[in-house]
Unconditional design. Sequence first.
Length: 263
Amino acid sequence: MAAPALRIALLTNGNRHGDEIHRALLARSVGVEAIVCEVVPLGSAVRRAARRGLSARERLVVLARWARRTERVLRARRAYRRRGARVITTGALNSVRMRRDLAALAPDLLVLGGIGIIRSELIATPREGVLNAHPALLPWVRGTSVVAHSLRLDVAVGATVHYVDADIDHGPIVARRLANVDGASDLAELERRAYATAVELLADVVAEAVRTGMTPRGVEQRSDAPVCRRLAGSERREVEDLVRRGRAAELAAEWGTRDLALA
């Protein structure tokens, strides 16, 4: 596979979302310069547990969680390498090591693969910017539990690709797309479809950038919509009721008449 004219790096921590993004890029014959995988050093995990004042039993839980995450990264690294990707195992999110590794890689575009919130120092590393796939329509639904909040806010289920800035889900918008909600009978299925739409949209955006050799244009968000929080159990039950009543399909029909293209 020919190297892309644009240097693209994927930043992830071994999760499924990052894996699906890589597979979608390969399906479009898009190679990446490298996949940068976060690994939290054992010493960092131990020090963090100590600072939190955890009991001995709680520290064991933290260490077990660290071991599972590390094993997940190692499995993902093997899978990426089997596909022919260059993999760089780096330090914890926003660490000095991660900043150093990304600076040495010098990508034009950095693609996020479910890595969490990155700080301004990392955002400034790639020459052209950081791209993220958000499983809801921006600027209307930001934060967490966004598929459920979409229904609560009367916004169709969809996805957005945007540049990352210092605020949460607030950077310039590159593209938006409605998700196919036909036949979805519960919130979990809607969430799967929103994430799948986000992956496909991001891969399409990156593939077009590679084809043209030009980074995508972003349009500044012109909304101060609040950042959504994680749902309480009672709120999730309310949303499940909306799904059973067909609210997702109703919103898809309403929003399907709108022009989601960027001005």
